[in-house]
Design a protein around this ligand. Structure first.
Ligand code: DC
Length: 232
């Protein structure tokens, strides 16, 4: 089963995706790491983020097995990732990688911005996870305080709003809820409640999905002949 989870920054989609993957025994890909890795490779080489060709070349040579999540976290890298993610050629260079991951035996959970709309439009389960910008900023702010790098709340809120605006108004694969995605608003949900909501959607999908045996043709179809009564 392929499970696509999209949503804006700090909506809880990453935490949810990890928990769903662990619960269902599926592999998990945080697609934001791909864009972060491309941004980091430019920064490390001293290339400006405006260099679309360099960003595209870096995306085309990305190796999933070499992604080091710990070096890619943090708001500045998220902001840089959001900027290079607006280039259509960068997005195009990352499509096959994500689709191959999704198509592994058994399926996978992928979270991002365009998974249900562009990368896996045929995913069996699509979730769109969101929360108010104020609540998402509060979560980010709390993380920063606990991590010993406090910023004032208003700055964090402005960052979140700027990233939402860029991610959802770009022309290439903008952040959008797929028409067939189920909305989970985590503004008033903790991680456990969000997981329960997601698992309920997945269980319902499994219950109602047609197994291959139900879909496969079962021998030649019987043609109903119109009944013609013989004339006496
Ligand atoms: O999910 P994240 O915060 O790690 O993502 C960082 C940025 O990468 C995000 O602001 C936009 C971009 N991104 C994207 O455009 N498409 C994705 N599928 C995932 C991330």
């Amino acid at each position: 089963m392929i499970i696509a989870i999209d949503g804006p920054a700090a909506s809880g989609k990453g935490t949810l995706a990890k928990a769903v993957a662990a619960h269902c025994g599926l592999a998990h890909l945080d697609s934001g790491l791909l864009y972060r890795a491309v941004a980091k490779s430019l920064i490390d080489r001293g290339c400006p983020l405006e260099d679309e060709d360099a960003a595209t070349a870096s995306a085309a040579s990305l190796d999933l097995s070499k992604l080091e999540a710990a070096t890619l976290r943090g708001a500045p890298m998220g902001e840089a990732a959001s900027r290079i993610a607006a280039y259509p050629s960068v997005r195009a260079a990352l499509v096959d990688l994500q689709r191959s991951f999704a198509c592994q035996p058994g399926g996978a959970v992928i979270d991002g911005r365009d998974i249900g709309t562009v990368i896996c439009p045929n995913a069996e389960v699509k979730l769109f996870v969101t929360a108010s910008a104020e609540e998402r900023a509060r979560r980010r702010w709390r993380e920063l305080v606990l991590g010993g790098a406090p910023l004032d709340y208003d700055t964090v809120l402005a960052d979140i709003r700027r990233r939402d605006e860029r991610d959802s108004t770009r022309s290439a694969s903008p952040l959008r809820q797929a028409p067939d995605a189920i909305l989970i608003d985590t503004t008033n949900l903790d991680a456990q409640a969000a997981l329960s909501a997601a698992l309920a959607v997945i269980a319902e999908k499994k219950r109602t999905r047609r197994e291959p045996a139900d879909i496969a043709p079962r021998g030649p179809a019987k043609t109903e002949l119109p009944h013609i009564s013989e004339k006496p």
